[in-house]
Design a protein around this ligand. Structure first.
Ligand SMILES: Cc1ncc(COP(=O)(O)O)c(C=O)c1O
Length: 449
């Protein structure tokens, strides 16, 4: 159905088109190679589909313009960091005001209390702490979970992603052994020492992994989003909660991406009752921050068991964590941007995006599917939605993926890299969504028999 020869030829054409319309980005990339490792300030940035990364000039709402003057509809939105849209007015004002009053003190500001109260209402967790990233939120809650339970192991899911958290940079090999993730750089220790991995949606494997009572915590996205969107099967969350309770394991729900579901993420929307919630990225409009919240019981155990070492050398914290600037940004985002209205407006648009792609898939009878969660939606190169990380990973098609991304970029659409995911934000318009459907049809047609 996909003509691989045509795909190869089209890819070459798209590369030429990219290089023709991104000359200033190329010049900046060449200059960057003199001082930045591989010419980028952060290693993933070499992995975009073009011959080099696009350098951004400016952004507003759902759009950005690059240094060559090309304008894009941004469906990537910083892979959720900018899910609230670029430069939302209320956040820009709060951030500009805060920056003039001093950014960081190692002392609290009232904005932190507001943010704690608001997160408490949204996620039902009693006690909150702030970090500089979602990765740090996960790292610190795992330390507290180990301390509270006196157990060493962490349980996560094959092909999960929770940031650069050492315990979770791991996958299962074909014999179901835990190994460092493909491409993982310098693992701290063999992850099999720290981590148990199972496939998502496998209740039997979950019970088997927990019954030795050596697992401090399960760290789970409530819906997997990083190997594509993989929903839980009916009853899976109940099993997760019942079995973790049965074996004395803490349940940590990572809402960093699933905050796309609604104001209180998937936890509030589906009435989950974890022991802890972690989050980051968009909750401060892209100003680096993260947060972790705990139940009253877990929080009191954690604070009590830490005694004085918790206050300084406990391996939990950071001088810039909870700084005044990030707390002001979080307060403005939670109070004025990431509101119920945000979801009421954007979820129907994500459905429209999904319907547009579905129509093309049906029209050409492609063996592809779409999956959605709130204002996040994506298309997959497999007929049925995947049930776990193994199935999802097996559906990856590198050359097709690169082509879809590059051809989209050349037509002014930026999709989330590494898979084909789109986020809808406050200023994404119906025209933007329909434009995506139009170019999706065109770039698909170009590679069919
Ligand atoms: C579910 C989840 N948790 C945590 C993180 C880490 O976020 P950050 O890289 O901003 O620390 C990510 C990043 O993609 C994520 O997807």
């Amino acid at each position: 159905m996909i003509n691989r020869k045509k795909l190869e030829e089209q890819q070459k054409k798209e590369i030429k088109l990219f290089e023709k319309s991104h000359k200033k980005s190329k010049a900046l990339f060449d200059r960057a190679k003199g001082c930045l490792l591989r010419g980028v300030p952060m290693n993933w940035m070499v992995r975009w589909a073009g011959s080099y990364p696009i350098f951004v000039e400016t952004a507003e709402g759902a759009h950005f313009v690059d240094v060559d003057g090309n304008r894009y509809v941004d469906f990537c939105l910083g892979d959720t960091g900018s899910m609230v849209g670029h430069a939302p007015e209320a956040s820009v004002k709060a951030i500009s005001d805060a920056v003039k009053k001093g950014t960081t003190f190692m002392l609290p500001t009232e904005d932190a209390i507001y943010s704690g109260e608001e997160l408490q209402k949204r996620f039902g967790m009693k006690y909150w702490q702030f970090t500089t990233s979602a990765t740090d939120a996960n790292r610190f809650i795992l330390r507290l979970a180990r301390d509270a339970t006196g157990r060493d192991k962490v349980l996560a899911f094959n092909w999960c992603y929770h940031g650069s958290v050492d315990e979770t940079v791991a996958i299962l090999d074909k014999n179901s052994n835990v190994i460092a993730k493909t491409g993982s750089v310098g693992p701290q220790v063999n992850p099999a020492l720290t981590t148990k991995l199972i496939e998502w949606n496998d209740v039997e494997a979950l019970e088997n992994a927990l019954k030795d009572r050596d697992v401090a915590a399960v760290l789970a996205e409530p819906v997997m989003t990083n190997i594509g969107i993989i929903h839980p099967i009916e009853g899976y969350h109940k099993a997760l909660r019942d079995l973790t309770k049965k074996y004395g394991t803490l349940l940590i729900i990572d809402e960093t991406h699933t905050i796309c579901t609604g104001v209180g993420g998937y936890t509030k929307a589906y009435g989950l009752e974890p022991d802890a919630v972690t989050i980051g990225k968009t909750i401060a409009s892209g100003i680096p921050t993260g947060a972790y919240g705990m139940t009253k019981e877990f929080g009191e155990t954690a604070a009590d068991s830490k005694r004085e070492q918790y206050e300084d050398v406990g391996g939990v914290g950071g001088t810039l964590a909870a700084n005044a600037l990030s707390m002001a940004a979080m307060r403005a985002t939670l109070s004025e941007v990431l509101t119920q209205e945000f979801y009421d407006r954007n979820i129907p648009l994500a459905e429209r995006f999904n319907d547009g792609v579905q129509n093309v898939i049906k029209e050409y009878d492609l063996p592809w599917n779409t999956t959605s969660l709130g204002c996040r939606t994506e298309y997959w190169f497999r007929k049925e939605p995947a049930k776990n990380g193994f199935e999802a990973e097996a559906a990856f098609d590198d050359s097709l993926d690169k082509y879809m991304h590059l051809a989209s970029m050349n037509r002014g659409i930026l999709m989330t890299p590494f898979h084909n995911m789109a986020l809808i934000t406050a200023k994404t318009s119906e025209e933007d969504v329909d434009y995506h459907t139009k170019i999706f049809r065109e770039i698909v047609e170009n590679i069919l028999d």
